[in-house]
Design a protein around this ligand. Structure first.
Ligand code: ATP
Length: 302
């Protein structure tokens, strides 16, 4: 397999399961608490490594017990974590998640993720340059993203930006981005809309691609994924599956896409593998639990 560098966030997700949200000023007794390692950067790195990619995670943790926990977890997932920096006087990123019967409410505190700066990129520049693919998201400072993408691009590394959560910087980053992987909402934001009506999505993707050099891949939940190939729109449908938890579906898609591309898999085939892998991930609870190995994807491929 080729080499993937993932520069991004890592959080300790603290998940409180409760029947309802407390009202302002109220105290209620919840049902359960769970701790998961999360953050889009860490999730996508784990997905790439599970798929067999030689994956380096680049990011920052704090000097606290959560920092030690996430570091251990990432190394157990076979990631190269040697360049993860531990910052003094700051906490590890935290996502505080209230898991409610109908949906989740989430507050993220960036902590050490917010300290990923140009200086750090300079320190780990070799790890980026020696990779085949650099995979990034937008949970770290945007100035650092621009700097890292530019470094990768100048050194012939394939750059993959998952524009999540969406930020207006995306347009500015495009000159340094080879592949852009928004979901439908992020794609709508990219073209300045709140929503694109379902029947117009494919034509809108085609129109965008005709005027941009960056390769666009739009993930579309249970519908699968759409992109343009030889001037024509291609939609790869998802398999019908029993959905348990879609958290991390996008992260699985991006991690596998990066891993397959780093291994020289042709673009269209890599998208098909990522779509299959993401479809497997939604069948298990938790962002990382369902992330498949290459073997597991191969089983359903045929
Ligand atoms: P999330 O934020 O939930 O991680 P996302 O919004 O970034 O996901 P989606 O477009 O919802 O991204 O999903 C990414 C990919 O995951 C899809 O392209 C598809 O391959 C797979 N997927 C998501 N939902 C389903 C589903 N219900 N059934 C099958 N595959 C799915």
């Amino acid at each position: 397999m080729g080499k993937i560098a993932v520069l991004g966030s890592v959080n300790m997700d603290i998940v409180i399961t409760t029947g309802r949200m407390p009202k302002i000023g109220e105290t209620i007794i919840g049902d359960q608490i769970d701790y998961f390692v999360g953050g889009k950067g860490a999730n996508q790195a784990v997905a790439a490594a599970r798929f067999g990619g030689t994956t380096t995670f680049l990011g920052k943790i704090g000097q606290d017990t959560f920092g030690e926990k996430v570091y251990r977890h990432l190394s157990e997932e076979q990631l190269d974590v040697q360049s993860v920096a531990q910052e003094k006087n700051i906490f590890t990123g935290i996502a505080s998640i209230f898991k409610l019967p109908q949906d989740n409410c989430i507050t993220v505190i960036s902590g050490a993720n917010g300290l990923i700066d140009r200086e750090y990129v300079d320190q780990i520049a070799d790890k980026i340059i020696e990779s085949d693919v650099l995979l990034v998201q937008i949970e770290i400072p945007v100035d650092t993203l621009r700097y890292a993408l530019q470094l990768a691009k100048e050194n012939g590394v394939t750059t993959l930006l998952n524009p999540a959560p969406y930020h207006d910087i995306v347009g500015e980053l495009l000159p340094y981005v080879d592949i852009l992987t928004p979901n439908e909402t992020e794609f709508a934001a990219l073209i300045g809309k709140e929503l694109i009506p379902e029947p117009e999505i494919e034509a809108t993707i085609l129109a965008w691609q005709q005027t941009h050099a960056t390769k666009l891949v739009v993930t579309r939940g249970s519908q699968g994924v759409s992109f343009v190939d030889s001037g024509k729109i291609v939609t790869v449908a998802s398999k019908k599956v029993t959905v348990v938890d879609t958290t991390g579906a996008g992260d699985t898609f991006n991690g596998i896409l990066a891993a397959a591309l780093s291994d020289g898999v042709p673009f269209k085939e890599a998208v098909v593998l990522a779509n299959l892998g993401a479809g497997l991930s939604v069948q298990k609870l938790g962002a990382q639990t369902g992330m498949p190995t290459r073997k597991e994807v191969a089983v359903i491929e045929n």
